[in-house]
Design a protein around this ligand. Structure first.
Ligand SMILES: Cc1cc2nc3c(=O)[nH]c(=O)nc-3n(C[C@H](O)[C@H](O)[C@H](O)COP(=O)(O)OP(=O)(O)OC[C@H]3O[C@@H](n4cnc5c(N)ncnc54)[C@H](O)[C@@H]3O)c2cc1C
Length: 437
């Protein structure tokens, strides 16, 4: 029998579960967890590789409201999700466990930094709206900001939005925590994993047309209740493959948006007290179509026609590493490290933290890691969460772009409530598949 800490070995056969979750990224693992803790249904998670092999493994870990727009369609979901992460961290503390250890969870607060009068004005307006929406938020002048983050370069035009309740986690630790928690249910016969086993097709009943099972490279897995496609940026192509033989036409326009992060291990040149991000990040994140090369700030330019953008993000993780980001580009499904982009991230970070300019990046060649991930980008800027029209028991949960860690627990709750027929905590209408594509 599998122990709680070991995966249930996948046997090469027909098996039946209530819920099948395709994709073991942060979204799929969170959805599996939600069914396990919130119902008595059995769950299988299927992945073509292993957890964290997708975007999740590259995530920086911001669980932030600072970069969200009050009243936007994703606002309530992000707010709910942030609350659920916080409740999870608190519940671990109540059990005598350490969320810092288990999730990399730190309530560092966030600083969204502006460097021009225009950016500062925008940040002041954002802070006002955030306060009106009930968040703790404060606009910091250059001198106040310097006290909070002494290594950040400030001048008279610098200012920041400060949200003390924003937090961060370590994406890989959080995924591991969710995975381990899910495995507790395997000894009860309610949970199994099928890794390195890509989903290939859907098997539908001849009479009703309902999807009865999925075929993977090694197994036939039957579903009694729901099949959830949480396959990140692969969800669109996977759905096309799965629907190839059917009369249903569904084009989910989710695209891979490549991102690089630069991690300098055991970094001891200085400490960061908060999570930081430049104000321009918000525009890069929400930019719906690739932009031409017009920026004077160096934030946006053309990179072989891929509309590369690099905006400064900086966090310190629980191991004492500094994590610097991040880039955005459309480069298909390629996950190769591009050294020119790493250099740009380094250069951009040096504009904000002068101490970084004291050493060349080559000095860190023995102690650096570059993470690359493919964010699931949706052209309309919001995730897709809901049933697939024409296939009542097949659900989609993807398209979170740069907010999947933040929105994971809220998405999981929303999706499970839909399947279980529970009242919705957050209106799911903006995320519906129906009528959108
Ligand atoms: C550089 C970078 C920094 C980021 N920073 C943050 C941050 O600070 N805060 C934040 O909230 N978000 C951040 N994000 C975004 C976040 O990481 C993503 O939104 C999130 O990880 C998406 O999770 P997912 O589960 O949808 O996708 P993924 O993690 O990509 O998981 C999808 C899974 O589906 C599997 N799969 C695909 N096809 C199949 C198939 N046919 N059969 C079976 N399995 C399949 C894949 O193997 C993969 O494991 C960042 C992303 C990047 C790249």
């Amino acid at each position: 029998m599998a122990s709680d800490s070991e995966p249930t070995p996948a046997s090469h056969s027909d098996q039946t579960f209530d819920v099948l979750v395709i994709g073991a990224g942060i979204i799929g693992l969170s959805i599996a967890r939600q069914f396990l803790i919130g119902s008595d249904l059995s769950v299988a998670v299927i992945d073509k590789a292993v957890p964290c092999s997708g975007a999740t493994g590259a995530g920086q870990g911001y669980i932030w409201m600072a970069s969200k727009t009050v009243g936007s369609e994703g606002w309530e979901l992000a707010l709910r999700s942030q609350k659920l992460w916080e409740e999870l961290a608190e519940s671990l503390k109540d059990q005598g466990l350490d969320p810092l250890q288990l999730l990399g969870w730190k309530k560092t607060g966030s600083l969204l930094v502006g460097r021009t009068p225009e950016e500062s004005d925008k940040l002041k307006r954002m802070v006002q709206q955030q306060c009106e929406a009930g968040l703790r938020a404060e606009y910091l002048s250059a001198s106040d900001l310097h006290v909070k983050e002494p290594e950040l370069m400030v001048d008279k035009d610098t200012g920041a939005a400060f949200l003390p309740d924003d937090s961060q986690l370590n994406a890989r630790r959080a995924a591991e925590f969710l995975e381990k928690g899910n495995r507790h249910y395997s000894s009860k016969g309610r949970y199994a994993e099928f890794y390195n086993d890509p989903v290939i097709s859907l098997l539908r009943s001849g009479s009703s047309g309902e999807v009865e099972a999925i075929k993977t490279s090694r197994n036939i897995l039957h579903s009694k209740k729901a099949i959830v496609v949480a396959a990140g940026c692969w969800s669109g192509s996977l759905m096309s493959d799965l629907l190839r033989e059917s009369e249903i036409v569904l084009d989910i326009p989710v695209k891979p948006r490549k991102g690089h992060l630069l991690v300098l291990e055991n970094f001891n040149s200085f400490q960061l007290n908060h999570g930081l991000m430049e104000a321009g990040y918000i525009d890069h994140h929400h930019t719906a179509v690739p932009l031409p090369s017009v920026s004077t700030s160096g934030l946006l330019d053309d990179h072989d026609g891929q509309a590369l953008s690099v905006s400064m993000t900086a966090t310190m993780d629980t191991m004492g590493n500094i994590v610097l980001g991040s880039s955005r580009q459309f480069a298909g499904f390629c996950t190769e490290v591009e050294e020119s982009i790493v250099n740009r991230i380094w250069g951009r970070a040096g504009e904000f933290f002068p101490k970084l300019r004291e050493k060349p990046l080559s000095d860190f060649s023995q102690s650096r890691e570059v993470r690359v991930g493919l964010r699931p980008y949706m052209p309309d800027g919001k995730p897709v969460i809901g049933p697939v029209p024409g296939l009542a028991n097949v659900f989609l949960a993807t398209g979170h772009e740069g907010e999947g860690l933040t929105m994971a627990l809220g998405t999981a709750e929303m999706l499970a409530d839909m399947v279980l027929g529970n009242p919705q905590k957050v209106d799911s209408t903006p995320f519906a598949v129906h009528g959108r594509f």
